[in-house]
Ligand binder design. Structure first.
Ligand SMILES: [Zn+2]
Length: 423
């Protein structure tokens, strides 16, 4: 079982099952309906957790909510806490619609303040952080391996949040003194204020997964400064923190039709309303998690056609697949979790049982369940029901045989029947 890691700049072997595998995937900053791009780390993290669980691992999946942040103060002046609460609800509602349900904890930054304050105090005690007028900054100088995740040399690190109070332009903020326009704050040894973004994630991850865990995920745009700083904070306390860094490629809006029709379809909610859960999941399956993925009407139409193709398999008789089919599927997912590779194999399969089992991995078993029988099979079932009503059991048995030969199973229910694809 191996996975490519930004930190290792290559593939890293996972421990043998059962692990345990702690997974921390950065979640959204909540101030509005979440963008469809935010769904990618959620979906990829959930799928991978599900796959590891199926392969015998003990997994804990954490997906945080950043509910205190400049963006929230700007979006809802004077009522930032209420906006954050509302937008958290929206996000949880939106992602629940994917039907994946693998996340164990959704910690919120505002519910982790004591741990954050303790973390910052420990950094000050070790002299890697310093206070200036109620702000606390992390001292980048002296961290010889700072930059190892994003690949920057310590003496050439980009300036972060320019500010004259810092000792060094590379330093980043851990605690921000309260400003008059900010309507939420917490007391701390440095006065009223609120945490910086990066320290929140170090504290939430370590609170739930301990100082050393296997996988940290999130969008590729988080490598610097967010994840570089998380790693620096935790390393400065002597913690291993995450071993594997699983950064998903960004979602890009492309396609000719984009400007006209997709233009206003950008949130998770809008995409799910327009295209549905199955098509959206299939869309995410088509690209490798570490590659960018292009969102357009054309790409969504093609995902829809794939969903239809898979549904169609269950409307036809099941055809056995070679014995080693599942092994091939496993190998391709075990090797850096190549979902496009797995999808290509699934499109070859006509074996209902095998395909349903594979679809289940990605939350798509519904493609097998909601299939509608072809008209001619339905006609056979209708005639069988008449034969039964007339107590002509020989004809009824013969018709059941014909229905089964067409790949369907007829189930009698009170005065009706139901056709389900034969397993
Ligand atoms: Zn984070």
């Amino acid at each position: 079982m191996r996975l490519s890691s930004t930190l290792a700049r290559g593939l890293v072997e996972l421990p043998e099952p059962p692990g345990p595998i702690g997974m921390y995937f950065c979640g959204p900053t909540v101030y509005a309906r979440a963008h469809i791009g935010n769904a990618r780390p959620y979906v990829v993290g959930s799928w991978y957790a599900r796959w590891l669980r199926l392969r015998g691992y003990e997994v804990t999946l954490v997906h945080n909510i950043t509910d205190v942040n400049d963006k929230i103060y700007e979006a809802a002046p004077g009522e930032s806490a209420e906006r954050a609460r509302q937008a958290t609800e929206w996000y949880l509602e939106d992602v629940a619609r994917f039907g994946l349900d693998e996340v164990d904890h959704y910690p919120k930054a505002t519910e982790t303040i004591p741990e954050i304050v303790r973390f910052i105090s420990d950094l000050i005690e070790r002299d890697v952080a310093y206070e200036v007028e109620g702000d606390v900054y992390f001292r980048v100088a002296g961290q010889s391996d700072y930059g190892r995740l994003s690949g920057q040399k310590p003496d050439q690190v980009e300036e972060q949040e320019p500010n004259a109070r810092k000792e060094d332009p590379r330093d980043f903020v851990l605690w921000k003194a309260n400003k008059p326009e900010e309507d939420t704050w917490w007391d701390s040894p440095w006065g009223r204020g609120r945490p910086g973004w990066h320290i929140e994630c170090s504290a939430m991850a370590e609170k739930l997964l301990g100082p050393s865990f296997e996988i940290h995920g999130g969008g590729l745009d988080l490598v610097f400064p967010h994840h570089e700083n998380e790693l620096a904070q935790s390393s400065a306390l002597g913690h291993d923190f995450a071993r594997i860094w699983m950064h998903n490629g960004m979602l890009r809006f492309t396609g000719e039709k984009m400007s006209k029709s997709v233009g206003n379809v950008e949130t998770i909610q809008e995409v799910l309303e327009k295209w549905g859960r199955e098509t959206t999941l299939l869309f995410f399956l088509t690209a490798h998690w570490h590659s960018p993925i292009d969102f357009s009407d054309e790409r969504m139409e093609s995902a829809q056609a794939r969903a239809d193709g898979l549904r169609e398999v269950f409307r036809n008789p099941s055809q056995g697949a070679p014995a080693e089919s599942w092994d091939r599927f496993e190998q391709i997912l075990d090797d850096d979790f190549s979902t496009p590779g797995a999808l290509a194999i699934m499109h070859e399969w006509r074996d209902h049982q095998l395909l349903r089992r594979a679809l289940e991995v990605f939350g798509l078993a519904s493609l097998a369940e909601d299939s509608v029988a072809p008209a001619e099979v339905d006609e056979l079932a209708r005639r069988r029901q008449e034969a039964r009503a007339a107590r002509d059991f020989a004809a009824s048995d013969r018709l059941r045989g014909e229905i089964e030969a067409a790949g369907w199973e007829v189930r009698d229910e009170a005065d009706a029947y139901r056709l389900v694809p034969k397993a």
